[in-house]
Design a protein around this ligand. Structure first.
Ligand code: FES
Ligand SMILES: [Fe+2]
Length: 341
């Protein structure tokens, strides 16, 4: 039933008949050419981000504490004002420098816990707010001094399913690497069934951009992958997934055929700043926006609070391995040992 998209929709699960042992699957290293991955990465890095950085999940901003992050060495606090609008600014109190990430939010106002200075999200002497954007799943902050690009009014938000029919979960992890290492990992779809055999089987890269056509629009510069997600034992869900990099720190996987058509997994890499030994740290913020027109999915949505930790755990397992890949890439790159360089 591999080529029958409609069949898949009615019966999303398949039973693998000729299950191939891990070591007997086709090696992908010949196709996964370092220059091809490097080219896709370079084209992604050339696209504008407008200096927008993902700082966290929309649902994590609100309540009586701000979200505090350090983005490329710049302390940032994000909270919601009285109208529920996301506001952001430097995480250093303009009075004597208290860490505002530890200050409470009272009625939409951030109140410094050292001497009570109140910030409502508007400019204050010595404290200039940063533009902030809530796309409904993720919150972005624009840091022009950090990004150094031409600013854009809004971030480059990937195409997503209609929120009413979707279930979203956000996973965040931190690795010792740079954003490009996270992006390069995602632009290597060939590692899927080899490196994550607990999640993926029968992976074929059906289409990969070689960059020979010159600069392509972000949505045409795509990797198309036929792959099955493992459910349990020999039960799998075959899908086609298309990977694109709409901006320098984002790689998006759209499910274009099979169960959950229209679902999206977005991987965002946000530079945090160096650790105690001066090594770069990068946050990986991954949003899964799952869609389905199945009746059962309405139930799944109702169970969203229960499902969310499951989706997060699944991506947590993948990300432990993918972060190890990204960290390894950085470790080799930073010591001149990366074979693809
Ligand atoms: S340091 Fe914030 S009010 Fe004094
Ligand atoms: Fe991976």
């Amino acid at each position: 039933m591999a080529g029958d998209g409609r069949g898949r929709r009615r019966l999303p699960l398949s039973l693998r008949r000729d299950a191939v042992a891990w070591e007997r699957q086709r090696p992908t290293w010949r196709d996964a050419r370092p220059a091809l991955i490097a080219g896709a990465l370079k084209r992604a890095q050339a696209r504008p981000s407008g200096n927008w950085y993902v700082v966290g999940a929309s649902r994590d901003v609100g309540g009586d504490r701000p979200l505090g992050r350090t983005v490329a060495g710049q302390e940032v606090v994000v909270w919601r004002d009285t109208g529920g609008r996301v506001v952001a600014g430097p995480g250093v109190c303009p009075h004597l420098g208290a860490p505002l990430r530890d200050s409470p939010v009272r009625c939409g106002t951030l109140v410094c816990h050292w001497h009570g200075l109140s910030l409502d999200g508007g400019p204050f002497a010595g404290w200039e707010p940063f533009p902030a954007y809530d796309d409904g799943v993720l919150v972005w902050v624009r840091l022009d001094a950090v990004g150094g690009e031409e600013p854009l009014d809004a971030p480059v938000v990937p195409r997503r399913p209609v929120p009413a029919r979707a279930l979203s979960a956000v996973y965040a992890g931190v690795g010792v690497c740079e954003p490009e290492d996270v992006v390069a990992n995602r632009l290597d779809p060939w590692h899927g069934a080899w490196f994550h055999p607990y999640s993926f089987v029968d992976l074929t890269v059906a289409d990969a951009p070689d960059g020979s056509d010159g600069p392509a629009a972000a949505d045409e510069d795509a990797f198309a992958v036929d792959v099955s997600f493992k459910v349990a034992g020999r039960l799998v869900v075959p899908v086609r997934a298309v990977f694109t990099a709409p901006e320098p720190r984002t790689v998006v996987m759209h499910i274009t055929e099979g169960e959950g058509v229209g679902s999206v997994v977005e991987t965002h890499a946000t530079p945090l700043g160096p650790d105690a030994s001066g090594r770069p740290r990068t946050a990986v913020i991954e949003a899964v926006v799952a869609a389905s027109d199945r009746r059962g999915f309405a139930l799944a949505r109702a169970a969203a609070p229960l499902l969310r930790p499951l989706v997060r755990a699944a991506s947590g397992r993948l990300w432990r391995d993918d972060l190890a890949y990204a960290e390894r890439r950085w470790a080799l790159r930073s010591t001149g040992r990366f074979p693809g360089a």
